[in-house]
Structure formats: C-alpha cells, structure tokens
Design a protein around this ligand. Structure first.
Ligand code: SF4
Length: 313
C-alpha cells in the first residue's frame, strides 16, 4: 500500500448540513428533549451524537408527547404526517431538504393536472414514502429498467419524477425505457437526482482510473453511499462501504497499491479523517485530494426555526 486518494467533493451536502444544524439549533432554543421523526440523516454517528445532546428519534409523530417540538428529517414527509403533527399540537420544524421539497411540488402539480406519475426510486426509502404521500392515487413506483419494461400505463397524461439519491446511470436507463415505451411521457429537463449525489458519483468515476480499491464511508441505510459502491463495482473496481475506520479489513488491501476514499452525503468529514489516521498508523503518509468539482451550495435554515429564534431573542 503506497497511496490514498481522497475523492472530492465527498461527504456532507447542503441538505444534510442544514438538517443537522436544525436539530442543534432546536435543542439550543427549546432545550432537551427535541423529538426527531426518523433518522435526521442516514448516518449512525450523527444520530448517536445528537442523541447524546438530547435529541430523541422516533418512528412516528404519535410517539411524540403532545405540544412538544418535532423535527422532520431531511428525507421529507407525507402531508398526512404534517396533519398528524398538527392534530397533536406539535411544534413542527421541517428539515426536509429543499431539493426533496422540489420533487414533492412536482408530484402535487402533476397530480392536480390529472397525470399518472411514475416515481423512479426505491421502495421503503423514507423519501419515496414521503413523495408518494403527496399523490398516492396517481403515483406508480418503478425501481429498475426491468420494471420500466413491464409497468402498465394506459393514461394519456404521463410524467416521471425521481428520488434524489439514485444512480445517475441506472436512472438514465430507466428513463430511456420509459421514453421508448411511452414517447409522450413528460419529465423534468434534468432528472431530480440532486447535485450532491451526481457530483459524488462523478468524483468517484474520475478517481476509479487511479485506484485499485475504493472505500466509501457511510452507513448501510444511506442510499447515496450505496450508489457510490455500485459505481465502483460497475467499473470493475473493488469497493467496500464502512461506517468508520474500525470496519476496514486489512485483508482488503493485500493487493492494493492505491486506495481511493470517498464518503456519502450524510457522513461527517471527521470519519474520513479517522480513515486517513488508520492509514497513517500503517505507514501510508501519501494522502492527497483528487478534486473533480467545487461545490458552494448553502440552504437557509427552516423558516419556522428562524422565526422562533427571532421571537426568543
Ligand atoms: S443528498 Fe441531495 S437531496 Fe439529499 S439532503 Fe443532500 S442535497 Fe438534499
């Protein structure tokens, strides 16, 4: 093992920064406990740290005591969840990523105009559950090119939307199949895969020509992290998903001279630093950035939180 190359961009996206900061600021404003519906972002380290600060993660707003503050995660919620929170008189703070909200808005608009909507995404992912909740009678989920080949759609007005954290290549294949089978299907000018997901996949593709192995820092339930592993596998490069440095297996490195490291959009940079320390402890000091793109996206905190902070000042 001689060298480590760090993919860039990697790690936190603007939506994750905003969601994590939202929980921290809500804790400062209301004091513990602040309830969070589902994992605020799909990273076990982030969730454990916020728990230590007083956040309580729950599966349903029905688990939140009446009148308490509750934060909705970055992945978004169905309108029924907002209604249930209002019924329980919860103080709702919506940390849904604005790029997910954009997809919800598209779903609502298409449904209002009588479209049948194909949602390209993964069943059971919280984002897909939230988006589907906007128009449950109009949305049909398609998860693969194979499903796109067989889905039955007889409606005159058809549109597609996508989950934000998919594989760029696989999604193009699915859209190609849908366009071939339903030439009149409408969709966004660019698919809804977000800038952070596509930039991280692009950075990995650029890096793959230089490395023998890729390590992706991210949790098992992080969709965009899993996609980064798949991008490497599709190019024939060995890749492993690790939650942190403690999960690296020395055996993986036996035949590797150069190792690439990246991290999913919900993985804090200190976990990547931990991986670099792991390599340094094994005598690898040649650790360099491999930059493919620059990012400067920042989202403002949820308006209801900013307002509450102003009133408390
Ligand atoms: S991965 Fe994309 S859609 Fe998800 S929180 Fe980050 S910026 Fe938003």
């Amino acid at each position: 093992m001689k060298r480590v190359l760090l993919a860039s961009p990697r790690g936190y996206c603007a939506g994750v920064e905003r969601a994590v900061e939202t929980v921290k600021r809500a804790l400062a404003l209301y004091g513990a406990p602040v309830y969070v519906r589902k994992q605020i972002v799909h990273n076990s380290h982030v969730v454990r740290e916020l728990e230590a600060d007083g956040a309580v993660f729950v599966d349903s707003v029905h688990d939140v005591p009446e009148g308490s503050p509750v934060v909705f995660s970055a992945h978004g919620v169905a309108p029924a969840v907002r209604d249930a929170a209002d019924e329980r008189r919860l103080t709702s703070i919506d940390a849904t990523c604005p790029l997910v909200t954009k997809v919800h808005t598209q779903a609502r608009r298409y449904a209002e105009q009588g479209y049948r909507i194909v949602l390209i995404g993964h069943a059971k992912h919280e984002e897909v559950e939230g988006t589907t909740g906007e128009a449950p009678d109009a949305i049909v989920l398609v998860q693969s090119a194979e499903e796109a080949e067989h889905v039955e759609l007889s409606d005159n007005r058809l549109a597609y939307i996508t989950q934000t954290t998919l594989s760029v290549d696989e999604t193009r294949e699915i859209i190609d199949v849908l366009r071939r089978r339903f030439p009149h299907i409408e969709g966004p000018a660019r698919e809804d895969i977000c800038y952070a997901t596509s930039n991280r996949q692009w950075a990995v593709k650029e890096l793959l020509g230089e490395v023998d192995l890729l390590l992706v820092v991210g949790s098992r339930n992080s969709s965009n992290s899993l996609r980064l592993v798949e991008v490497a596998h599709a190019a024939g490069v060995a890749a492993h998903l690790v939650d942190d440095a403690s999960e690296i297996d020395d055996g993986w490195l036996a035949d590797a001279s150069v190792v690439g490291v990246t991290s999913g959009a919900s993985a804090p940079e200190r976990l990547v630093s931990g991986v670099c320390d792991w390599f340094r402890a094994r005598g690898v000091h040649d650790i360099e950035e491999f930059r493919s793109a620059y990012e400067d996206v920042v989202f403002r905190l949820p308006v209801e939180l900013r307002r509450a902070e102003r009133s408390a000042a």
